[in-house]
Design a protein around this ligand. Structure first.
Ligand code: HEM
Ligand SMILES: *[C@@H]1O[C@H](CO)[C@@H](O)[C@H](O)[C@H]1NC(C)=O
Ligand SMILES: *[C@@H]1O[C@H](CO)[C@@H](O)[C@H](O)[C@H]1NC(C)=O
Ligand SMILES: *[C@@H]1O[C@H](CO)[C@@H](O)[C@H](O)[C@H]1NC(C)=O
Length: 529
């Protein structure tokens, strides 16, 4: 009897304990139990949200649940999703840290600013480069101006001119433009990409990039399982994804090394466009950090130990983040403009009011004064509305709640909980953006054509979240805005665009995402006056 009884009692006790720990506590007793459940199983099982993410329905699903259950919902036993400005302030403005989810953005096995989990090493890295990404720096940088001039007048506009009346995949063309733009700012034009003119290599590079991008699910959502199975030689991520990554890393490292040699060379290059603005700032920042006396740098065990790899890790992150997001946005801007000839015409007359126009027929080929360009209301409005409507990072940006606990909305949230918002939904609050499913650039105009009150305009700006917010918001937002304005200005001063094939233009569900079909075919026509 006894020999049978003890295991039985132990078994029952274990069962009861498990029931308590895995079902009763999380569902009824944990402070999280007060938060509405996205799905009936959310309080005790992550399977629902894992499945939703796996089948690429996160955006649509969470958007729908937020509309029904309010701005704070529980999507899993240890995960919350939020969707209002108050919560954004608590999560992003309050400096909650990033978690394991961002570890896939470590390159060469070392962290970069974006992937840094903790705020101290993050700030130390950010100090080195934030100045060269500030609006005033970019607006006044002779290197940026020269680089843009080369890319627009020597590459992009001639390419468009040579393809007049043929269909052009503008997603591909804009990825090339933004890659050439960001790599020129990182490395100087001499060591930047020339994707606009080198179609074959561009297609190869982009296909490697696309490979790497498609296989993030398992490492991000199930990191422990992925690592465990890998030990057993079961690969959830095909090994050729690693090969693609290695090739991209080698490509970037070669440019970093060449640029560092250039900086170290005694004979100076006087060509403004060849200045490696960002890489130069990073090298100086690392030198400064090394010379910190007294206090040991927080980067001593990372960046300072592997400066070359850390520089390359930072650069590949910027060129990835920098080309894809802006390329997607430009594609959607051109798609909206292509549907409205009158809007193109109004935009063109605004562009022709610039003191320094981008007319191809004028022989000056200069780029407009930054301030003049920045204050064009229609140009600004079409880009802002596109960033609202199709934020290039529409997906969830997870953070971790601090220990022991914090307050979000009306809830007390324990530490160590994943919490995040998605721009797709933040941008669709009908009280802030009336008729949110309509692309309506007029919401961003400040003249009499916009009926919003001053208070409503303030709210409109407060809820705009395409670049995230707080300490980890996009460091490249000023670069992106200025670059996109120049590209749109250069094109629409001299050309009109027309849709040839926009099948699959709906934005895909994902973290960073463009058209589902991964293309948009437009036809360009020269403006004849
Ligand atoms: C339309 C263009 C762009 C959009 C919509 C965009 C959006 C964003 C968003 C939403 C984040 C925060 C992501 C998160 O925390 O999960 C971010 C971060 C970042 N972005 Fe951008 N971005 C754009 C262009 C650029 C460009 C041109 C660069 C070039 C350097 C860049 C570099 C970065 C970096 C380095 C971070 C990490 C910042 C940090 O951790 O401190 N982005 N971006
Ligand atoms: C970098 O630029 C230098 C100077 O123009 C050039 O000699 C070198 O081949 C370039 N390297 C790469 C990888 O672009
Ligand atoms: C550029 O566009 C303007 C009108 O915006 C037109 O007057 C001019 O002829 C165009 N130039 C070329 C080379 O297409
Ligand atoms: C989000 O979901 C909606 C509804 O299914 C869809 O129309 C839209 O294209 C999706 N957008 C993104 C960014 O996933």
């Amino acid at each position: 009897m006894f020999s049978l009884g003890i295991p039985l009692v132990a078994f029952v006790a274990l069962l009861a304990l498990s029931l308590y720990k895995y079902i009763i506590y999380p569902s009824f007793i944990s402070p999280l139990a007060k938060v509405p459940n996205a799905h009936w199983s959310s309080s005790f099982s992550p399977i629902w949200i894992l499945w939703v993410r796996y089948s690429r329905r996160e955006n649509a699903t969470l958007h729908q649940v937020h509309s029904k259950l309010g701005p704070v919902i529980r999507v899993g036993p240890s995960e919350i999703s939020v969707n209002d400005v108050g919560s954004l302030r608590s999560v992003y403005g309050g400096g909650m840290e990033k978690g394991q989810w961002y570890a896939i953005f470590d390159n060469y096995g070392v962290p970069c600013m974006f992937s840094a989990a903790h705020s101290r090493p993050h700030s130390a890295r950010k100090r080195m480069i934030s100045n060269v990404y500030s609006k005033s720096y970019i607006h006044n940088s002779p290197a940026f101006a020269q680089q843009s001039e080369i890319i627009l007048y020597d590459r992009l506009l001639p390419l468009i001119k040579s393809s007049i009346s043929e269909g052009v995949d503008v997603l591909d063309m804009f990825f090339a433009t933004t890659m050439d733009g960001i790599t020129a700012y990182l490395f100087g034009t001499k060591n930047a990409s020339n994707f606009l003119q080198n179609e074959e290599y561009r297609k190869h590079w982009l296909s490697l990039y696309y490979t790497r991008k498609r296989y993030t699910y398992f490492s991000q959502e199930l990191p422990r399982l992925t690592r465990f199975l890998k030990k057993l030689h079961i690969y959830l991520i095909p090994t050729w994804v690693d090969d693609a990554n290695k090739e991209l890393e080698a490509w970037c490292k070669e440019r970093c090394d060449a640029t560092e040699d250039f900086l170290g060379a005694s004979a100076k290059d006087s060509e403004l466009a060849n200045e490696p603005v960002v890489l130069g700032a990073l090298v100086n920042g690392i030198e400064k950090e090394k010379s910190l006396k007294g206090t040991q740098s927080v980067l001593a065990e990372e960046t300072l130990k592997y400066p070359e790899l850390s520089i390359a890790s930072e650069m590949i992150d910027h060129l990835a983040a920098g080309h894809e997001t802006s390329g997607i946005t430009l594609t959607f801007v051109s798609w909206h403009l292509s549907q409205d000839a009158a809007l193109q015409k109004a935009l063109r007359s605004e562009l022709l009011s610039l003191p320094q126009t981008m007319l191809l027929s004028s022989n000056k080929r200069g780029i407009p004064n930054s301030k003049d360009l920045d204050t064009l209301p229609l140009l600004h409005a079409v880009i802002m509305e596109t960033l609202r409507f199709s934020a290039a990072i529409p997906g969830n940006q997870p953070r971790m709640t601090p220990y022991p606990s914090c307050t979000v909305g009306e809830y007390e949230i324990p530490g160590g909980i994943r919490i995040g918002a998605q721009a797709h939904s933040v941008h669709r609050n009908p009280e802030i953006y009336p008729d949110p499913e309509k692309w309506d650039y007029k919401r961003w105009l400040d003249g009499p054509e916009n009926k919003m009150s001053e208070e409503q305009k303030k709210e409109r700006d407060r809820w705009f979240w395409a670049f995230s917010s707080g300490g980890r918001m996009c460091v490249g937002s000023n670069f992106a805005m200025h670059e996109m304005k120049l590209v749109i200005a250069a094109i629409y001063t001299n050309f009109t665009t027309h849709i040839v094939d926009d099948e699959g233009i709906e934005q895909a569900d994902g973290y960073t995402s463009g058209p589902t079909s991964n293309k948009l075919v437009l036809r360009f026509e020269e403006v004849k006056d």
